[in-house]
Design a protein around this ligand. Structure first.
Ligand code: HEM
Length: 470
């Protein structure tokens, strides 16, 4: 389709190719465009798109920035209506989505006509994984996506290696809690938790041989820090090569019991580029797991339910999984899902150029209290019918053909980790104090701090310890 096609023909094409289409769009004023850039786009960039910056997260949480962003978009929806809002940013026009139906339509219509490989993603991710599926054109995407789907067992609720992963998690969590609670009392913060979490990640992804390889995690993090700057920083070819060479040794070894062993043995997909994404994406998984712990500590009845579930020692923990999904709804780790229009089109008399961006700001849909009375509360039941609800705009893992291929693995590993913690210790959230009736829209995982205490001998039946939430 070209920009010279008549609006009627374009709309007809859209209606034929998909269930729904953009019937109309609105055009934002310059002032509103600047407001969106300063309230939404700039903070996302400052907080770090590929690796979070602790100082920026602290600042964002202090100002509850995501709530400001939600309020702005609600105001724009009242002003312009809920059709996509065109932000005429020079060199990078963007359609900002304001209706869940449009979220559903765009995600179900990816990668064509809404490409996943946007300019910003290419610029950022090429610092560490230039051939990753996320930034691949459709022909390469078709080759690379199965690598992830097989290794991460995308279609299976319980990964075939779940029992092995449970052992790893139990060992590593027992390691930090036994050490922390010596004297029957201690604290759990992000530094302690994340050290154990990344040992789990390396054992799950690379095998036990990777357990002590903190240098590899640091290498990924250095590349991620450069990736935060996207176009603004030159690629460090030397660092990238050193990281890939190191990773290749693990890929070739494919230690039994690891995700690498579960992956297809195909070299033509550039496994290093694919696996770099796993090492990177397990960081937000840890963040979300830790925030779920904060949610459970704030809701004693849900904590009791999760602890009862943990006492069954099963790999499938359905309730705890829904708690993790709630944490991802309340504090999505991917606040911006981006797409790029692959064909010029004309909607509502406006030419939309090829390459126009589409921005789905997930906190807006996840926390839209004008549509949803429980928006700022924890309500695990929301997720009883699945972990992607695009028709409601609830898409922590995205949706459609580019849905996160770890959308089953993440809840599995997170719920096993939570079970390992709460079956061993009583927890109390020391900071920040959360109000369960109105949870903050921004929560900084770096500053979460729990008091932990020994549970009585049979942890699964414990109801309280030393005044702590159990
Ligand atoms: C809290 C945890 C995670 C969340 C919320 C999450 C969410 C997402 C989202 C929103 C996307 C973007 C899809 C799109 O553009 O529409 C994505 C893509 C992807 N994620 Fe995750 N993810 C998580 C963890 C993981 C983990 C642990 C892995 C691997 C072990 C992983 C592997 C991938 C891959 C390979 C893609 C690209 C998929 C494609 O383009 O086809 N993710 N994820």
């Amino acid at each position: 389709m070209t920009s010279s096609a008549s609006p009627a023909r374009v709309l007809q094409h859209d209606l034929l190719s998909s269930r729904l289409s953009f019937q109309s769009i609105s055009r934002a004023t310059v002032l509103d465009t600047v407001l969106v850039l300063s309230t939404i786009v700039l903070p996302i960039f400052a907080r770090g798109v590929i690796i979070r910056r602790p100082w920026a997260e602290r600042w964002a949480a202090r100002l509850n920035l995501d709530l400001r962003a939600v309020k702005l978009l609600q105001r724009l929806r009242r002003k312009y209506g809920s059709q996509p809002l065109l932000l005429r940013i020079p060199y990078r026009p963007d359609l900002l989505l304001l209706a869940p139906e449009d979220v559903d339509y765009v995600l179900q219509s990816s990668p064509d006509p809404f490409a996943t490989a946007t300019r910003e993603k290419r610029a950022a991710l090429s610092h560490l994984e230039s051939n990753n599926v996320l930034i691949s054109d459709p022909p390469e995407r078709v080759m690379r996506r199965p690598y992830h789907e097989q290794a991460l067992a995308t279609q299976e609720r319980i990964h075939p290696l779940a029992e092995r992963f449970k052992e790893v998690i139990d060992e590593e969590i027992a390691g930090i809690l036994d050490c922390q609670k010596s004297g029957l009392f201690g604290h759990l913060d992000w530094n302690v938790f994340s050290a154990a979490w990344f040992r789990i990640v390396r054992r799950v992804v690379l095998g036990d041989g990777g357990r002590q390889d903190e240098a590899l995690t640091q290498q990924v993090n250095r590349l991620r820090s450069r990736a935060n700057w996207a176009f603004l920083l030159r690629k460090d070819e030397g660092q990238l090569r050193a990281f890939q060479q190191k990773l290749r040794v693990y890929v070739d070894r494919a230690e039994p019991g690891s995700l690498l062993a579960a992956a297809p043995k195909a070299r033509n997909v550039d496994p290093e580029s694919q696996v770099a994404q796993w090492l990177f994406a397990f960081d937000p998984t840890g963040m979300a797991t830790f925030k779920t712990l904060a949610l459970l500590a704030t809701h004693p009845h849900y904590l009791r339910q999760a602890r009862n579930e943990a006492s069954l020692h099963a790999p499938d923990l359905p309730f705890t999984r829904t708690c993790l999904l709630e944490a991802l709804r309340l504090w999505p780790t991917t606040p911006a899902i981006l797409r790029e229009i692959t064909d010029a089109r004309c909607v509502d008399g406006e030419d939309i150029d090829k390459g126009t961006g589409v921005l789905i700001f997930t906190p807006f849909f996840h926390r839209d209290d004008e549509r949803w009375v429980l928006a700022h509360r924890m309500d695990p039941e929301t997720w009883n019918s699945g972990n992607a609800l695009p028709a409601k705009g609830l898409v922590p893992f995205s949706a459609g053909r580019a849905i996160c291929p770890a959308h089953n693995l993440v809840p599995l590993l997170a719920s096993l980790t939570l079970a390992a913690v709460i079956s061993r210790v009583a927890i109390r959230l020391v900071s920040p104090v959360l109000n369960p009736k109105i949870l903050p829209a921004t929560l900084n995982h770096f500053d979460l701090r729990f008091e932990i205490n020994h549970l009585p001998v049979d942890p699964s039946r414990a109801t309280g310890a030393g005044g702590l939430t159990s």
